[in-house]
Design a protein around this ligand. Structure first.
Ligand SMILES: Nc1ncnc2c1ncn2[C@@H]1O[C@H](COP(=O)(O)OP(=O)(O)OP(=O)(O)O)[C@@H](O)[C@H]1O
Ligand SMILES: [Mg+2]
Length: 283
């Protein structure tokens, strides 16, 4: 694939770890599927990838990869373990910070826990090129924390009207109350690329009218029944059916993510790797 010179240079010069928060208003729209498949593809492009399962009450990224971690983020938030001790290896060399399941204690992080995570990730600034955060659905405080602390927000929706409405509600909250002004959109489970584009157009039309935000369209992923086999076999679909249309769409998405110039302007919130961002801003 030809990559324009200017974009190649931009991605080569990226001086810091990029933190992407994958989020949605409605549940079950494919956030974990996007994170798992894109993580594997980015790793194959020689990116050092960390996946953070931020669904602190109902973890599932480890299940998708067929892993059975003995420890999880609960131990970090309980101040019993460091991130290094919790981190496990996934396919293609990706690293994973698994969440615990069925424990309500950390479903609402307190200020100290949020700050400790910011600091702990910050100390890993040389270790990863990209951090993907797999959020829980909805607009909980944890969701707003991870989205505002990330440098880029990737909103996942399906063409279902309820999913679109909830994606809009999430962007409305993040822009109105947390001053997030830039969002990236992924439309999952489409029957055609036109359908994906149509969802993007609908959302931008309403957002242009009522919200002061910009939405970039990262692309769409087709609906594919083979996803059921992938989940059953606990393998990502890009490994199981690498030549399928859905795998090609994930591949395209991973390339867009790598090539997309990142939005590094300072946000109003404290961010992961913020010291590194301040360095860049000062230069
Ligand atoms: N493009 C697709 N085609 C067919 N099935 C899909 C597709 N994407 C995701 N699925 C299936 O939809 C279900 C939900 O996907 P996933 O768990 O990735 O969503 P989620 O947004 O992470 O959900 P949650 O909000 O519960 O975390 C899974 O069974 C998954 O296999
Ligand atoms: Mg999920």
């Amino acid at each position: 694939m030809d990559i324009p010179m200017q974009q190649t240079r931009l991605s080569d010069q990226r001086p810091t770890t990029r933190v992407l928060s994958i989020t949605s208003g409605k549940g079950g729209v494919g956030k974990t599927a996007v994170v798992a498949n894109v993580a594997v593809l980015l790793a194959r492009m020689n990116k050092r990838v960390l996946v953070l399962d931020a669904d602190l009450g109902l973890a599932n990224i480890d299940v998708v990869f067929g892993l059975a971690p003995g420890k999880n983020m609960n131990a970090f938030f309980a101040e019993e373990m460091s991130l290094d001790e919790i981190m496990i290896k996934g396919p293609s060399g990706i690293r994973i910070l698994p969440a615990g399941s069925g424990v309500q204690r950390f479903t609402r992080l307190n200020a100290r826990q949020k700050m400790r995570l910011l600091e702990a990730l910050d100390s890993m600034h040389n270790e990863f090129d990209i951090v993907l955060i797999d959020n829980e659905a909805g607009i909980s405080e944890n969701v707003t924390y991870f989205n505002t602390a990330a440098q880029e927000i990737l909103v996942v929706t399906t063409p279902e009207p309820t999913a679109i409405t909830d994606a809009y509600a999430l962007m409305k909250l993040l822009s109105g109350q947390y001053h997030e002004k830039h969002f990236n959109l992924i439309v999952n489970c489409v029957r055609s690329s036109e359908e994906g584009l149509d969802v993007f157009k609908k959302l931008t039309m309403v957002a242009d009218r009522y919200l002061d935000i910009a939405i970039d369209y990262l692309g769409c992923i087709p609906i594919d029944r083979q996803m059921v086999d992938a989940i059953r076999k606990q393998e990502v679909i890009v490994d199981l059916f690498p030549n399928s249309k859905i795998s090609q769409a994930f591949d395209f998405l991973a390339r867009v993510i790598v090539d997309e110039p990142q939005h590094l302007e300072a946000k109003g919130s404290v961010q992961f790797f913020w010291e590194r961002l301040l360095d860049i801003g000062g230069k």
